[in-house]
Design a protein around this ligand. Structure first.
Ligand code: ZN
Length: 153
């Protein structure tokens, strides 16, 4: 099998059998991502335990690449620290620009098969951009809550 065919297989597998699909009522952060170029829309749910991603899930609709990418994301961030999750998102963005990741990214590397199609790159990075934004929102909230706690003392 050529690497191109292998990539398609992996993406199709995640699309047809998405991991961690569904709402998460007790999510710490729920954040929406939208890719107007393609119409991809997703909600990303993260459950955080202190500095660790305890669970991740998503729901939404869109093309196979956006949905497969979200499925891969939820599968790979579980158990990571927030810094590690952030680093992974950076690596995926780099991968889409043709950079070599500094570790084996497993299924995620299949996404690099679309990097020559600029419109599809947005589909592949949507979930990862949403993840980065979620972590940013979480940090802002933590800082704000911390400040509130200070004031309340
Ligand atoms: Zn798309």
């Amino acid at each position: 099998m050529s690497s191109d065919e292998l990539y398609k297989e992996v993406i199709l597998d995640h699309y047809q059998d998405p991991r961690n699909r569904g709402q998460m009522p007790d999510a710490t952060i729920a954040n929406r991502g939208h890719n107007p170029l393609c119409g991809d829309d997703l909600m990303l749910y993260l459950k955080l335990d202190g500095d660790t991603v305890e669970a991740a899930s998503f729901e939404g609709r869109g093309c196979s690449i956006s949905q497969a990418s979200a499925s891969m994301l939820t599968e790979s961030v579980e158990g990571l620290s927030l810094a590690e999750a952030e680093h992974l998102a950076e690596q995926v963005r780099g991968l889409m620009k043709g950079q070599e990741p500094d570790e084996d990214l497993g299924d995620i590397e299949a996404l690099s098969g679309v990097r020559h199609y600029p419109v599809r790159v947005k589909c592949a990075t949507l979930a990862w951009n949403t993840l980065q934004e979620s972590l940013k929102l979480y940090r802002q909230r933590t800082v704000r809550d911390g400040a509130l706690a200070e004031n309340g003392r």
